[in-house]
Write a protein that binds this ligand. Structure first.
Ligand code: ZN
Length: 259
């Protein structure tokens, strides 16, 4: 397991980064969620990442494949243009040791069985074409047919020999019953013979509410004291009222590191 690394998330927006990274002490980890627009200018992402590294040399980075609140521009592993977006993440991880990995979304556009096959084929394709991509790729639990229930998610991960997972609390909690199930899921991930690294999207939520939207720490039902031993590697998934200011994510970060 990697040393304890808990951090926050931001887009590449300069104002947002400046405000979120004025935390003291500086978090050791930052997840950057990208958008499809970030890819439009060939060198843009790399240039911005280098300037973050120059300003904050101790900061480790995780990248998140393009996401978009209205889902139109969220890039999933099943999408026809997945290779363009995910190969770029791979090359950045390979090139810069301060980038630890990237989060990938296994969400079928349709709930059809065939999309699971497409997903498995596309993961196999990436593994074959991009050597060691599995060392960097963290597959997230979402709330679609493959990842809605923890059992099917874990089965999918193990069957496809996926060594890194991104486990999102809000997604899990929205479709499970109680804190015991959450603790048991974390236990199973940690005890898996296949999984090597568990990266967490930390947030609160209300059990079984069918809403995958993360709530701020303390607004939901997650017992963070109980699962504190599992909080080793991950970021706060908090949504701030004003993302550019990031007040809420900074508050939540302080709550979690003071548990
Ligand atoms: Zn995600």
């Amino acid at each position: 397991m990697i040393q304890k690394l808990i951090g926050i998330k931001s887009s590449l927006n300069e104002e947002q980064l400046k405000n979120k990274l004025n935390l003291f002490p500086l978090p050791p980890l930052l997840e950057i969620f990208l958008t499809t627009q970030d890819y439009e200018c060939e060198a843009y992402i790399e240039k911005r990442i280098n300037s973050i590294n120059q300003e904050f040399p101790s900061l480790k980075l995780m990248l998140h494949a393009p996401v978009d609140s209205n889902k139109k521009d969220t890039i999933h592993l099943q999408d026809s243009d997945f290779e363009f977006y995910y190969s770029k993440l791979y090359f950045l991880c390979k090139k810069y040791s301060f980038i630890l990995g990237f989060v990938a979304h296994p969400e079928p556009k349709t709930p059809k069985q065939s999309s699971k096959l497409i997903l498995e084929n596309n993961i196999a394709f990436l593994k074959q074409k991009y050597p060691s991509i599995e060392k960097f790729m963290y597959i997230e639990n979402l709330t679609n047919s493959i990842t809605l229930k923890f059992n099917t998610y874990l089965e999918f991960i193990e069957k496809n020999n996926i060594e890194n997972v991104c486990f999102d609390f809000a997604h899990f909690v929205s479709n499970h019953t109680n804190n015991n199930q959450l603790q048991e899921a974390l236990n199973q991930l940690n005890n898996s013979n296949i999984i090597k690294n568990i990266y967490l999207h930390i947030s609160d939520n209300i059990f079984n509410n069918n809403s995958p939207i993360p709530l701020n720490i303390g607004r939901g039902e997650v017992n963070f004291k109980n699962i504190n031993p599992y909080l080793n590697f991950g970021i706060l998934e908090t949504i701030s009222k004003n993302e550019e200011l990031g007040e809420e994510i900074k508050e939540d970060y302080n709550k979690i590191i003071q548990l």
